[in-house]
Ligand binder design. Structure first.
Ligand code: NAP
Length: 217
């Protein structure tokens, strides 16, 4: 049984992961920033932890993470301003990595972005900054001493999950449902052999667990 701390637990990916972890008998602490999200996170089987990543110190985050063996970072400013993106997706990730190390957490899984996102389209200044910040977040985590996994999903949809994906070290760009992203995160959490890997993810034909198990060591 894993003991998982999720940053961004009330989000569309985060909440799907809270439910899957709890349904599979893992312990979940669900970090969220709005008091009104607490009841629904409890209903999904998580233990709510009210903290804002922009306001929290590394020390307070580390205290909240104590006892967890895995941190999943799925928070994001959702395409808001450059400043908020920098504060949540950028500095928020860096503080979480520092806190996880201070708290003695072993594994850290980051929901990042697919490098091809936006290619061939007009890219706004905010989106360009978002991609830059996501990339720097990957670099920060990959240079830490944590046992990390970076998951780079394609464009996220709200379609019902199929339980089948395409996962690999370098794959063609595509869409992926948030259900299937959450299912893939669960499979990664339950497969400790996946270590220090950047995994790209889109919809596909391979059952999630099989796809994750076949990512090259
Ligand atoms: N959209 C795409 O196509 C796409 C593609 C690849 C990767 N991604 C990444 O995938 C991740 C998850 O996506 P998603 O659809 O689940 O996004 P989401 O629904 O917007 O969830 C993000 C969560 O982060 C939380 N958050 C924002 N600011 C916070 C703060 N100061 N303190 C604590 N939590 C805060 C949000 O809180 P509230 O609920 O209070 O707003 C929300 O619950 C994001 O990092 C996103 O960048 C997105």
């Amino acid at each position: 049984m894993a003991n998982v701390f999720i940053v961004g637990a009330a989000g569309k990916v985060g909440s799907r992961l809270v439910k899957r972890l709890s349904d599979n008998d893992h312990q979940v602490t669900a970090m969220h920033r709005k008091p009104e999200q607490s009841d629904s996170l409890t209903g999904l089987g998580g233990k709510p932890c009210l903290l804002s990543i922009t306001d929290a110190s590394v020390d307070s985050l580390a205290t909240a993470m104590k006892g967890a063996d895995t941190v999943v970072f799925s928070a994001g400013a959702g395409g808001a301003s450059v400043e908020l993106t920098n504060a949540v997706d950028g500095e928020g990730l860096e503080k979480s990595v520092d806190a996880a190390q201070a708290a003695g957490v072993k594994r850290f899984i980051l929901v990042s972005a697919f490098p091809d996102a936006g290619r061939g389209k007009h890219i706004s200044e905010t989106f360009e900054n978002y991609m830059r910040v996501k990339r720097l977040a990957d670099v920060y985590l990959a240079q830490s001493k944590l046992d990390w996994v970076i998951l780079r999903p394609g464009t996220l949809t709200l379609e019902e999950g199929t339980g089948k994906v395409n996962a690999g070290l370098a794959i063609k760009y595509g869409d992926i449902s948030r259900d299937d992203v959450a299912e893939t995160l669960l499979a990664i959490i339950e497969n400790e052999g996946i270590s220090r890997k950047i995994i790209e993810l889109t919809e596909g034909e391979t059952p999630v667990r099989e796809a994750i198990a076949s990512v090259p060591a």
